[in-house]
Design a protein. Sequence first.
Length: 453
Amino acid sequence: MGTDTAHETATGATALAERKREQRGWYFYDWACSVYSTSVLTVFLGPYLTSVAKAAADADGYVHPLGIPVRAGSFFAYTVSLSVIVAIFVMPLAGAAADRSGRKKPLLALSAYIGAAATTAMFFLGGDRYLLGGLLLVVANAALAVSMALYNSFLPQIAPPEERDAVSSRGWAFGYAAGSLVLVVNLVLYLAHDSFGLTESTAVRICLASAGLWWGAFTLIPLRRLRERRSIPAQGRTRTGTGLRQLLATLKDMRRHPLTLSFLLAYLVYNDGVQTVISQASVYGSEELRLDQSSLITAVLLVQVLAVAGALGMGRLARAYGAKRTILGSLVAWTVTIGAGYFLPKGSPGWFYALAVGIGLVLGGTQALSRSLFSHLVPAGKEAEYFSAYEMSDRGMSWVGPLVFGLAFQLTGSYRDAIVSLVAFFVIGFVLLARVPVRQAIRDAGNPVPTRI
């Protein structure tokens, strides 16, 4: 009897060590790919690709991709939108294929290295090669979305229910830490490019390519440590078809779990507010508050650094109060922070930094806990397919908030009115999430209910 107990203890200890090792490997994909989101999308690519498009524009300021007249200043935004459309069609295919085959790692590797290669190739965006830039952006963005759906789908498999909030939070913290580290190095290179004997254009292209090399190099760690699991046959499994057919089939299957859909709707609304604040805060800072570029870059770094602490801190709060209550609390904090942003004085970077502090402290935690909470609502055997729908909620509807922001400015002529209009996303998201009975949703998905959720 004693021998059996000792054997079981040793087996349990080995399993725990293996799980922790796999979790540590999983964190490193956030570490690998978040640099693309921070350095490439948030800071460098938009202004640089716009300048390349302007260099290729005609006398009226238009470029003509595929013969379609497009203002050079709009080319980057339209390209990002196109990448979202591509991702929406590819993600359900990749998710369903991963669940059916039980081979997520090869698909994760394929999407990650396509994205990393496209990002590294941005080094060649010189002169007037705006079409090359647009193509690489579409490929990299779509590949990132597919890889994140596959990466997120490992969470229910590598962490038992009681660990998921903490594991998801650490993943986000790793990502923000990497983004901060590489952004500091890139900004030193960019701001001191003359000292390194580089032109401004060359410095930007090095920064873009370095994000791709970082992405590819650190992706090796999760690929080595994550392990495949035999695919679990799921009731009502959809067949893989064309992108549109698979998308419709996935959404139809999700109707069998209406409470999961209710959570996705709430997430869609409040996350749209989050993404719009991220994308439009610099516009508010420069156009309404009249802040210079160095102040805006400092604010971006503040958000990145504090998001690490915010993600870990909210993970601890979730252990004490449950993920749902903690997310609801974060939405209250978002509402107060954005409401306060309406009153910021012009020409005062200190107050804008205070706004960045408020955003950073809730940004990472809101995203991390939403991911871990959703992982409890996914039926076994459909992790990649359902996380593809989650990524579509994250990326595919992120145009609504900017549209509201733009319309508010167009109707009022005030960026203050535009920024405060985003409060509605957090208030509505709070109401929708508060109405979701998550314990029942977890039971309906066939999963064990954690003690705190």
